[in-house]
Structure formats: C-alpha cells, structure tokens
Design a protein around this ligand. Structure first.
Ligand code: SAM
Ligand code: SF4
Length: 382
C-alpha cells in the first residue's frame, strides 16, 4: 500500500524554530489549489500499481485552507490516483485556526485523523516560539476536536527548549490526561540554520538545552507516556491502542509515497524525487492542465549503500527494529549474520537487543540512537 503527502506551503507567520518550507503570501491560496490539482493529474501514474491507503495534509499550515479546498483536492485524488476504501486521511492543524464549525466541515469532507501543533501548554514557551496561539486556545481546540468527534487525535509537543525545566516539561505532559488524545509526537528542539532561534543563539540571547537536562526530559517523556498507556513506537512517536500513524509508518518501512506541493518529496521504491521549494515556480509549473508538467528538481536513485543505510536509519528508530526478512529483502550488500556480528558490541553494552530474527535498539538507549545508527552507516567497503 502507498501514501500520498500534500505539502500546504502557507503560514500566517513563521515560528522561531521552524525551517519547513512555507510562504506568508496567503493571497496565493486559490492559485495553489488549482496548481496542486494539476500536479495530481500530471503525476497520477507515479505510484504505478500500488493502491494508496493514506493521505496526509502537512505543511506549512493546512488549516489556513477552507475545508472546501480540501474537498476539491480529495476529489481529484480519488478520481485520478485512486485510494482504498478505509483510507487514513490526516490533517495538520494550528490551534487558533480551529473552531467548532471548521472542525465539523473538516470531518464532513472525510478527514479522519487530526494532528494539532500544540507545541506547549505554557504561554511563555509559546511566546518564545512565536506561535500564534496561547495556552487557553491550546486547551479549547482539543475540547472542540473531541466534541466534533475526532477519535483519532494527535498532538505535537516540543521539549528541550532553551530554559525549559524538567518540572515545566512535566506540566506540559500532564495536560494530555485531560483530553481524549490517542497519539503524541514529541520532538526535542533542533535549532535549524536560518531560523530566529539560530540567530538568537548566535547573538547569545538563548542557550541550547544542556545534554543532561535533555536526557532527563526524554526519560520523563518515556516514563510518563508509559504510565498513561502510550506505546513508544518510534523515538518521537507514541500511540494508545495501536493507533500508529499509518502514513508515517510508510516512511519508516520504505513503502512508496508521492509528495505533492513545493518542497515535497516522493519515493517510488527505487528513487526519491524532490519538488523545488519555491511557491512561485510551482504555480508556474502547474499553471495549466499539461500532462507533462513537473516541479521535480532532483532525483536520487538509491545505491546499494543508500538502501542499506536507509534501512538501518529508519528501522532502528522504531520499536519493531530490523527483521532478518526485511534485511534480506531490502538490501543486498551484507548478510544478516555479518550484520549481527557488526552490532555485537552494542548488544554486549546493552544498547541493542536480538530477539529471534530481529535486532532493535533498547528503549533506554533511544536517546543515543542517532549516534548508534550513524556509526553503522557505510559508504563503501562491505
Ligand atoms: C512543520 S510543522 C507543521 C505543523 C503545523 N504547521 C504547526 O505548526 O502546528 C510539524 C511539526 O514539526 C515540529 N517541528 C518543526 N520544527 C521543529 C524543530 N526545529 N525542532 C523540533 N520540532 C520541530 C513541530 O512540533 C511541528 O508541529
Ligand atoms: S511550525 Fe507550523 S506554523 Fe510554525 S512556521 Fe513551521 S509550519 Fe509554519
């Protein structure tokens, strides 16, 4: 089964930590909907025979669009690409865009999974992050989403913020208990180049969280979510009752997906394709209903080393790890037995575990996962 990602390239204002591609020229929304419709038609064969069972509206800010626009795009997808009957349709929303009427319409056009960018329930964090919403709005939108009948409700939180204490992080986590949230994405802050946080860091206005504090916050996140019945199925993702994000699992399991919109990328099983990150060029690429249009500026055909490294990078971030079957199916450079031999020092240290025909990183060592994974990458010589 395949996935469909739509990048909605608009934000009302830029948050101080974020480097995802978006434009604040909201007056271009109508032109974008038209162009995106044309892109769907011109790339309808990208997934070949695979049927899609997930659609993900991400951004940018999908919730700056009217539900009618979402409906238009969904209809074009159904008509030209085709999707299975029980498709997961996820939608990223910013709290202050949501109200009971909007949520009701969103549900009526078929959105069945809502992911709300709460980030924090504390006003001082939200101000620092230059979010549009405040803590009161964060609470209100979750109440409204529940009343609107969104049973699949996910929230995003960020920890490891400058000056965020462990107690303040615990306060944020505790707010989850009051709502019917069955999925949580909790990311440690990354200070990205070109963002306001990166400028503040250079100017000495903020300091990065200390490693010890970050580790404590991660451990608290693991402990708290476990107590609340969440299952940590990926380093930053937690689900109750196996309500995993089906769409995001496709990235980790190397299933095919098509990415539509500026900056989106696609994977057809053998190669990745990147759309250019430029709204004006995108609008001009898909101005007309021309079957040959494309906004792809980069193609990367995966080498045997890329396939091996990607498998390690994505699988070892999940609770499922890598199975012998996947290893033999998805990469052909190294035998399973040699790989098991290679990771033996990590097993000996208790960072990794081998169960039956499966290797995975121990939950207690997930904080170090990036380092372990990077040390297993190879560019040559196997
Ligand atoms: C690209 S945003 C889109 C969602 C939506 N526009 C919003 O702001 O809620 C997806 C999520 O990525 C996370 N994120 C983005 N930049 C990040 C960063 N530099 N560090 C940690 N998390 C980040 C945030 O939690 C955010 O909700
Ligand atoms: S976090 Fe969301 S709203 Fe903020 S700049 Fe990034 S995409 Fe836009």
């Amino acid at each position: 089964m395949a996935g469909i990602y739509l990048h909605i390239p608009f934000c009302v204002q830029r948050c101080s930590y974020c480097d995802f591609y978006s434009s604040t020229s909201l007056e271009l929304k109508d032109k974008f909907i038209k162009a995106c419709g044309n892109e769907i038609k011109s790339r309808k064969d990208y997934l070949a025979d695979s049927v899609a069972d997930t659609i993900y509206f991400g951004g940018g800010t999908p919730s700056v669009l009217h539900p009618e626009d979402i409906d238009k795009l969904l209809n074009i997808i159904v008509k030209h690409i085709g999707v299975s009957k029980d498709t997961e349709i996820s939608f990223e929303a910013n709290p202050d865009d949501l109200n009971p009427a909007y949520l009701k319409e969103l549900k009526s056009v078929g959105v069945n999974r809502l992911s709300i960018g709460i980030q924090s329930f504390r006003d001082s964090d939200l101000l620092k992050m230059k979010r549009r919403h405040n803590a009161k709005q964060a609470v209100k939108c979750l109440e409204d989403a529940d009343k609107a009948g969104f049973n699949d409700l996910s929230i995003d939180l960020i920890y490891g913020l400058p000056d965020l204490s462990v107690d303040q992080w615990l306060f944020n986590l505790r707010q989850i208990e009051y709502f019917e949230v069955n999925h949580l994405s909790a990311y440690h802050l990354t200070i990205e180049k070109g963002t306001v946080f990166s400028r503040w860091l250079q100017e000495g206005k903020i300091k990065e969280a200390e490693d010890e504090n970050s580790l404590k916050q991660f451990q608290l996140l693991q402990k708290y979510t476990r107590e609340q019945g969440f299952d940590q199925y990926e380093i930053s993702n937690f689900a109750k009752d196996e309500q995993y994000s089906k769409h995001n699992c496709k990235y980790w399991k190397a299933e095919k997906y098509i990415g539509l919109g500026p900056s989106a990328h696609s994977f057809n099983g053998e190669a990745r394709h990147w759309n250019q990150s430029d709204l004006m060029n995108y609008l001009s690429d898909f101005k007309s209903d021309n079957k040959k249009s494309s906004s792809v500026i980069r193609e990367e055909i995966l080498s045997p080393f890329d396939k091996r490294n990607e498998l390690i990078m994505t699988s070892l971030r999940t609770k499922w790890g890598i199975t012998k079957g996947e290893w033999e199916e998805r990469q052909h450079l190294q035998s399973w037995d040699d790989f098991v031999l290679e990771v033996r020092p990590f097993i000996a240290k208790g960072d990794m575990i081998q169960n039956d025909q499966c290797l995975r990183i121990e939950e207690k060592s997930w904080f170090r996962a990036d380092g372990i994974i990077a040390s297993l990458f190879r560019l040559e010589g196997l």
